[in-house]
Write a protein that binds this ligand. Sequence first.
Ligand code: GLN
Length: 480
Amino acid sequence: MTIHEAHQLLKTKQLSSVELTKACLERITQVEPGVRALVTITDDLALKQARKADELIASGDTHPLTGIPALIKDVICTKGILTTCSSKMLENFVPPYDATVIERLNDRGVVILGKANMDEFAMGSSTENSAFFPTHNPWDLSRVPGGSSGGSAAAVAAGETIYALGSDTGGSIRQPAGFCSITGLKPTYGRVSRYGLVAFASSLDQIGPLTRDVTDCALVLNAIAGYDQRDSTSVPEPTPDYTQCLIGDLNGLRLGVPREYFVEGMQAEVAQAITAAIGKLEELGAKVEWEVSLPSTPYALAVYYIIAPSEASANLARYDGVKYGFSYQDADSMWDAMEKTRQYGFGAEVKRRIMLGTYALSAGYYDAYYLKAQKVRTLIRREFDQAFEKYDALITPTSPTVPFKIGEKIDDPLQMYLSDVCTLPINIAGLPGISIPAGFADGLPIGMQIIGKPFAEETILKIAYAYQQATDWHNRRPKV
Ligand code: GLN
């Protein structure tokens, strides 16, 4: 069920939130042995919140999210509920406060089913970097669900939850949404508060929804978007009602297709499916320019893998075994304690990022790597600005391939990094992007990415909605 379908049933009293919540919990029990999307199940809390939501509904609360079950990526702080970032470092960490997005969902009568598995500290593209266990793709359990929000995406696709929250630093909402054939939105940098989101790379991170369709995406964005004085990078602008732009008509819209996103080595079926999907957008009234060029695109991956690890190395310095989280006890000295805490608390990918980051920031290398990357970042942003003078949105594949096999890329970091080649430029430029289902190759999902101008979430939602009105890829469900 989608949020809007469930809401209709709740509103007309054909279904109670308790019944809906129990159905989700039963589904979790059924499919979790195969999918493994959840690291924590909060069944008691969920039923308590559902009972409260039923009371709210009985007393006339008609908010579309009231009483709807949700799953939260385990990088978002939830008061009194374990928040592990799928890391041994935070295995026992219970935050004393809620993230702003959680406060906002609580105000809307959310039912929290639990916390979703992820790549450790959101570093990865397959959820194999979880310190606990990998999550499996509901379309084919031998394959990855994408990452780092793989638990969130797999759970929505497998019907374990109605919707989920994820975070996206270089593609972590859109790429798993694409791999699991659901809808995932990364808002413009500054649109959604990062307060209470455990920091990976602060200039790139954003929280966003993973849902079954575009209407649901707009509903969740309505609830979580907006200024928050506790996040100095959140933008003090009013937010529109994102459901108002869902009208199904693309007349007058100008779309560009940047050729650099059809990268070398891209799977032929992916390019074919996206070309066909863009043809559909043309049929729906959009004017498509097929030969747009954003020449700095090939540098985006290198820029990202300097900036993101640099910021991560600073952000992760706080895990020292003193303030909170894992603490190595049998040490000889303070330095030894700190070193062993980090040696045992962090997994291999996190350590790799910290080493890359501290290297790029160190005296003598700072100018050559970090500063240079920041300059190229500006060039990438400028090229987008120029393209958006001519086009209302840009259309690309979400990933160059369909979901790969578990284990296939885990020993080859560069191959793994390449799975985000189409999504990370969007974080570098701070733009909004959405991934929607756009086809299948041999039963495996293909996602289409729609990129918008800063704060033009409405435009990309409108395009995505029109596409979903005219196609039924988003209605297919995996047999898990
Ligand atoms: N896969 C990318 C990385 O490993 C992006 C992750 C993310 O968006 N959190 O950094």
